[in-house]
Design a binder for this molecule. Structure first.
Ligand code: EPZ
Length: 427
């Protein structure tokens, strides 16, 4: 198993470029199941979760070609659905496998998907996906840890009101609704940029969708979708991680190829804390907390609460907590999306952070002097927060189980070392 060895203390400088969004690419790949024609996706990040989804699609019956000269270009052809199933072995490593549920029922009239079970950040059931499909006329049964959804006569448009905002739930039901008979209205839908990106792809494939990016999405079902070419949006969580990396190390960094608008909640918090964030052009943010003379520009502690988009992303909460250990004063971080997403706090404390956990809140007293230690990555974003803490810790930090970070960050060590960080991967 790979580890990262990080020697802290170097402010990041220069530029770091952003990849395509993992959480946009996953539903886009699943959407290719909706047609028997060719779907070409550009800017697919080469991270582990994407390889898992590609493996799943090949098992289902897709032909997948990854361009040798440009591995971020993926060409998918699904002439027939050979096996409409997502097995436990894949679902347990990546919950987003349940994104094939909607497309399979819509195209093949049948899907068998393993129930995901618990994961590091909470229970994370898929009951809203199932309720949505039931509203569209699918029959759902559960046996041997699998969900079977069938709609032999096709799905029928309906009004679906989500009990709670769910990102992949909205995506799953949206993909089912595009081939349903008649109109579907999704209410309390997720407004995340990844949902909007999926709607754009589906529209290129011939779907009739209105209202993406708002909480009411209207779909007029069509009988068939066709092939399309689409470029995935920038990964706002990857970009946000680099923005925080610049702030925590007291650097001066340009994060390029991102969508600054998608990072509004984060950049507002940083500005409130005294970090200078400027939009250089349409796709570049510059983050400065560099030394002014011999005095490091200080940063103030700022409370933060995670929320659905356009609120502060839960996927940046762990990284923000690492940052708050280096801000002056006390901050309260409240996690409202997942019930158990503070696993990184214990590891940050092992590095010297002063954090108290109280239910869904973490109270962080800064600034702490962090020192390098052996720490363990517990999930994708928790790992990112440990990398950030290590970048400012005194001495060497060894992060174990970095396969978690490889699920969602492509060559993070190369990107960070390009900006001056002392980070290497060891076996
Ligand atoms: C997506 O997960 C992302 N994954 C997550 O990113 C992200 O943390 C999350 O949205 C929230 O923004 C992908 O896009 C592939 P939800 P998702 O359904 O869709 C509860 C990362 O690090 N819920 O919006 O699975 C759920 O337990 C990952 O890249 C139900 O109770 O999240 C949670 O408390 C991690 N029943 C809340 O709703 C359901 O049927 C929101 O979850 C569905 C969700």
């Amino acid at each position: 198993m790979d580890k990262f060895v990080i020697e802290g203390g170097v402010p990041l400088h220069g530029t770091i470029s952003t990849n395509g969004s993992k959480n946009s690419a996953l539903p886009a790949l699943a959407a290719a199941l909706l047609t028997d024609e060719e779907v070409v996706l550009n800017r697919i990040p080469r991270v582990r979760d994407i390889r898992t989804m590609e493996r799943l699609l090949v098992d289902i019956g897709s032909d997948i070609a990854i361009d040798e000269r440009d591995p971020e270009r993926v060409v998918l052809n699904t002439k027939t659905i050979v096996s409409p199933e997502a097995p436990y072995e894949l679902v347990k490593t990546m919950r987003a496998s349940s994104l094939v549920l909607g497309p399979l029922v819509a195209r093949a009239g049948r899907a068998r998907v393993s129930l995901p079970g618990g994961c590091a950040i909470g229970a994370r059931p898929i009951n809203f996906h199932l309720a949505g499909l039931e509203h569209l006329g699918a029959r759902i049964a559960q046996e041997h840890g699998y969900i079977e959804a069938v709609a032999p006569d096709g799905l029928k448009g309906a009004r679906v009101v989500f009990d709670r905002i769910t990102v992949t739930g909205t995506e799953d039901i949206l993909m089912a609704a595009v081939l349903a008979d008649g109109e579907t209205v999704l209410e309390n839908a997720a407004r995340e940029p990844e949902v909007v990106d999926l709607a754009h792809l589906l529209r290129k494939m011939g779907a009739r969708i209105e209202g993406e990016g708002t909480s009411v999405i209207r779909v007029q079902g069509v009988s068939k979708l066709h092939g399309a070419t689409h470029e995935i949006i920038a990964d706002r969580i990857e970009a946000g991680t680099f923005v925080i990396a610049a702030a925590i190390t007291g650097g001066d960094l340009c994060v390029t190829n991102c969508v600054p608008e998608h990072l509004g909640a984060l950049t507002a918090k940083l500005a409130e804390g005294g970090v200078t964030v400027t939009q250089v052009d349409e796709t570049t943010l510059r983050v400065e907390r560099a030394n002014a003379g011999s005095i490091q520009k200080s940063m103030r502690a700022v409370d933060m609460k995670t929320e659905e988009y356009p609120g502060f992303a839960t996927d940046l909460q762990a990284q923000y907590m690492a940052l708050m250990t280096q801000a002056d004063g006390i901050s309260i971080v409240t996690e409202t999306i997942f019930e158990n997403r503070f696993m990184h706090a214990q590891e940050l404390m092992r590095m010297g952070a002063n954090i108290r956990l109280d239910g869904r809140q973490a109270i962080i007293a800064g600034r702490s002097r962090l020192t390098g230690a052996g720490v363990i990555a517990s999930d994708l974003r928790a790992s990112a927060s440990l990398v950030l803490a290590a970048l400012v810790a005194k001495g060497e930090t060894v992060i174990d189980r970095v396969y978690h970070i490889d699920r969602g960050y492509e060559k993070i060590e190369a990107k960070l070392s390009g900006a001056g960080a002392r980070i290497k991967r060891v076996e």
